[in-house]
Ligand binder design. Structure first.
Ligand SMILES: Nc1ncnc2c1ncn2[C@@H]1O[C@H](COP(=O)(O)OP(=O)(O)OP(=O)(O)O)[C@@H](O)[C@H]1O
Length: 838
């Protein structure tokens, strides 16, 4: 910074010097009066002065803040010639009455462009060309500057010209809001006049003043009569005749006393040499590359985990002219990120996450990472077979998450909010930053990638998500909970039940990647021209004028560096650090691999029928406790054949909680294709020492009658496992000619009284209606209190349960668990069969 400030001060001093010389020259010319300059001494003096002025020290003139003298050509008098200079740069413009189809004009424009670029420090002038008349031909000799990135492609159509003017106006707004030393000059060169509307916009730029940091060179402008062309501000006018140019009075520094301009005809300068153009392009190109190339290493701090998160979190994102830092603090507690698919959203998030993780220890920062798209955005932060390390800051990671998982994670965060509110109250403070350091919990950054998925669908889940996000966004600032919502689509932002304003008003930091202008204000089109690897960072809720265009590095290209950093942070993790809770939406869990299965042991009371993992942050066991209350039975419902696996997991897990001989299992494989599973199960359990029996429909009927009569043999439990209860309907409907009881009567008796005697039914019904019939109507629905709904429409299930707004979308690999006694509903991932449990 010190060197920069010194360089800047030197540049300013040189500039002032140049201005003083300029003033001397101007006075000398003015003193010469309107008549051709007569005195040979004066000509000599002017020539000397002009010579000095025409060669300002290259790379020092701050044309972005003040006009600088630029040579146009040589004035001719009877006594000789002298160089003619006019002020050009911020707020000082040039107009020529002829367009660049006259070769002299093209040559002059190119000469001026090259001189201004050469005079100013590298990287402080950008050039934009307009040439509708000759399709950009005027700019062809400047091609090396295009390649160097200082000259944009020429606008030749109305649409291109409009886009260019949009960008120029945006540039002017940004410059007006920026500090003078941060301004860049935009040199707009029209080699021929655009159509009237665009011409008027161009003319307006000449009235914007030096702080807008725009300089217009406009050829083909004929201010002949009123209404012909819009009047220009602060412009030196040139008129061409057969041989010479007549130079009007430069703004603020007239040649003449009466407005007639320079009283000597001027021979305009010709094209700059090709060598001069290529040399300049090389120098500027290198400077542009130096200024904008940013590597992953640039984002990292010199020392790991050296920063405190007391007042906020900061990280380097990339660079504009200087390094760009972004924060989670009181001013920008939450971020909204937009970008079309492939725009670098994942890369941007990785840059931020690694930057933060390198600066703050896990005691200062924790991460919740939720991804709702098909992809692997956050996989590198969790242990895998190939790389068992993890990012020690990561607490919960959801990959290809279900919406239910998202809502569960947001609930977890809300619980954290409540805990922190209590903590703050106990310490009598209102902000995390005011807590004593030893009591201060880490800040939590929650990244939700493709967050619009959470809000998709006008359903209870979407409403819960909106409520939670709103609450977290509103209160998170004081409690150190920060949100980053990223999306490729702004439609999610609109579908917020009219609360978008209330919610996104809490997200002052907006990051627009290419195609992500939707996160900015509708009047802010700063993201329109972004290219891959750049983003607009706006700290004022997307309002125009608060934009910084940032270059950020491609984290994907630095995979080895990322892995090295991750391993370094992993190695430094605190003792006892636990890996993050991971939810992988695409994964099918297996009973034999599950920690909950491993933890089951004989004697567990009441025994747990384990069927899968709940879709929540901890991946907690999904199942039902089968105690002695009436109705503690399990119904699996739906035609999906995974119903067989659910029963199997339930039976296996129950068996694991009984010592041999304390539970018997009766298997009735009634649905087609279930015999093999039932036989396998029977063999497995028999091998473990449990009494087992195979039943057909008739035997089931008889056993139900026995069980209803309370004649269960001995002590211990009886589990009646029926694969296809609906297939027993015929057998159950028949009435016993002696007792006049039907199988249904016995079934219902067992459902009510069985649990008290240790008898539980685990049944798979392929349809909800059959279950209702077996129960004797939905008024008896509590007789089977534990349900696992597979592919059952939510509306039918809601009707059966008498629950409004169930919010369940049946899909493969998911089941809704309902415990009517505990008033519990949860989405679960059922275990898949793997045959390893024995
Ligand atoms: N700063 C950058 N510089 C150069 N290339 C980049 C940069 N950022 C991203 N890219 C490249 O762009 C491509 C897309 O990036 P990324 O995967 O981050 O996009 P995305 O927006 O997450 O896409 P999607 O939403 O489809 O997953 C990658 O090939 C990546 O290497």
């Amino acid at each position: 910074m010190g060197r920069l400030a010194t360089a800047y001060r030197q540049a300013v001093a040189l500039h002032r010097q140049a201005l003083r010389r300029w003033e001397v020259a101007r006075r000398a010319l003015a003193a010469a009066g309107p008549a051709p300059v007569g005195s040979p001494e004066l000509v000599a003096r002017l020539a000397r002065l002009g010579g000095e002025l025409a060669t300002p020290v290259p790379g020092t003139a701050r044309a972005a803040t003040h006009p600088v003298p630029v040579r146009l050509g040589e004035a001719t008098t009877v006594d000789g010639g002298f160089p003619v200079l006019v002020p050009l740069g911020a707020g000082a413009h040039l107009a020529i009455d002829t367009d660049a189809r006259d070769p002299r004009v093209g040559e002059l424009l190119r000469a001026v462009v090259v001189r201004l670029l050469a005079a100013a420090p590298a990287g402080t002038v950008r050039v934009a060309g307009i040439d509708p008349a000759a399709f950009g031909a005027a700019f062809l000799p400047l091609r090396p500057l295009l390649d160097a990135g200082v000259l944009g492609p020429a606008a030749t159509t109305v649409a291109e010209t409009t886009a260019l003017l949009d960008a120029a106006e945006r540039h002017a707004r940004t410059a007006l809001a920026a500090a003078p030393e941060d301004r860049e000059l935009l040199l707009v060169v029209a080699a021929s006049a655009p159509p009237p509307r665009e011409l008027a916009r161009l003319a307006a730029l000449t009235h914007a003043g030096p702080a807008a940091a725009v300089c217009v060179l406009l050829a083909g402008h004929r201010p002949a009569g009123p209404g012909e062309a819009p009047p220009l501000g602060a412009t030196t006018q040139l008129r061409l005749n057969e041989r010479y140019a007549l130079v009007g009075d430069p703004p603020g520094r007239p040649f003449s006393a009466d407005g007639s301009g320079l009283a000597a005809p001027v021979l305009l300068d010709g094209d700059p040499s090709h060598a001069a153009v290529t040399g300049l392009a090389r120098r500027l190109g290198e400077a542009v590359r130096r200024a904008t190339t940013v590597t992953f290493a640039d984002l990292l701090p010199a020392r790991r985990w050296a920063e405190s998160s007391a007042t906020g979190l900061r990280t380097v994102l990339g660079r504009a002219r200087e390094q760009v830092t972004v924060s989670f603090d009181d001013a920008t507690p939450h971020w909204l990120v937009g970008g079309r698919t492939g725009a670098g959203k994942t890369v941007f998030l990785l840059d931020v996450l690694y930057g933060l993780a390198a600066r703050y220890s896990p005691a200062e920062l924790q991460l919740f990472l939720l991804d709702f798209k098909e992809g692997v955005s956050f996989t590198e932060f969790v242990p895998t077979e190939r790389d068992p390390s993890w990012l020690p800051h990561a607490r919960a990671v959801g990959i290809e998450s279900d919406r239910e998982y998202g809502v569960a994670a947001l609930r977890e965060l809300r619980a954290e909010l409540t805990r922190r509110a209590d903590l703050l109250k106990r310490h009598g403070v209102s902000k995390l930053a005011d807590l004593p350091p030893n009591a201060r919990p880490p800040r939590i950054v929650t990244v939700v990638d493709e967050f619009h998925v959470l809000f998709a669908g006008n359903d209870p889940l979407a409403r819960q998500a909106v409520d939670l996000i709103e609450e977290l966004a509103r209160k998170g600032r004081s409690y150190g909970l920060h949100l980053v919502l990223a999306s490729q689509s702004t439609t999610g932002i609109e579908a917020l039940y009219g609360r978008a304003e209330a919610i996104f008003g809490q997200f002052p930091l907006r990051v627009a990647l290419p195609g992500g202008g939707g996160v900015l204000d509708p009047l802010n089109d700063a993201a329109k021209t972004l290219t891959l690897g750049t983003a607009v960072v706006n700290t004022a809720g997307g309002t125009a004028g608060a934009d910084t265009e940032v270059h950020f590095p491609d984290a994907h290209a630095a995979a080895a560096e990322l892995a090295a950093l991750r391993h370094e942070l992993f190695a430094a993790r605190p003792a006892g650090a636990r890996p993050p809770a991971v939810f992988r939406g695409y994964e099918t869990p297996r009973l034999a691999d599950d920690p909950a299965w491993a933890a089951l042991a004989p004697g567990d009371e009441p025994p747990l029928a384990l069927v899968g993992r709940t879709v929540d942050v901890a991946g907690s066991p999904a199942g039902f406790r089968l105690d002695a209350s009436p109705g503690r039975h399990l119904a699996v419902i739906g035609t999906a054949t995974s119903g067989v696996d659910v029963l199997r997991s339930a039976a296996l897990s129950l068996a694991r909680q009984h010592a041999p001989g304390t539970a018997r299992f009766l298997f009735a494989p009634l649905a087609p294709g279930t015999t093999e599973t039932a036989d396998d199960l029977a063999m497995t359990l028999a091998a473990a020492g449990h009494p087992v029996r195979r039943l057909d429909a008739g035997a089931l009927r008889t056993h139900l009658a026995d069980l209803a009569a309370g004649s269960a043999p001995g002590t211990g439990r009886t589990y009646l496992v029926v694969f296809g209860m609906d297939a027993a309907a015929g057998a159950l409907a028949a009435t016993d000619p002696e007792t006049f009881r039907s199988g249904h009567d016995d079934l219902r008796a067992v459902l009510r009284q069985g649990p008290a005697h240790g008898v539980h039914l685990l049944g798979w019904w392929r349809g909800l209606r059959r279950l209702a019939e077996d129960l004797g109507g939905s008024q008896n629905r509590d007789d089977v209190a534990c349900l696992v709904a597979l592919n059952v429409p939510a509306a039918d299930l809601g009707l059966h349960l008498g629950v409004h707004d169930l919010g369940y979308a049946p899909r493969d690999g998911r089941a809704l668990l309902v415990d009517r006694h505990e008033h519990r509903t949860a989405l679960a991932v059922p275990f898949a069969a793997d045959g390893d449990e024995s």
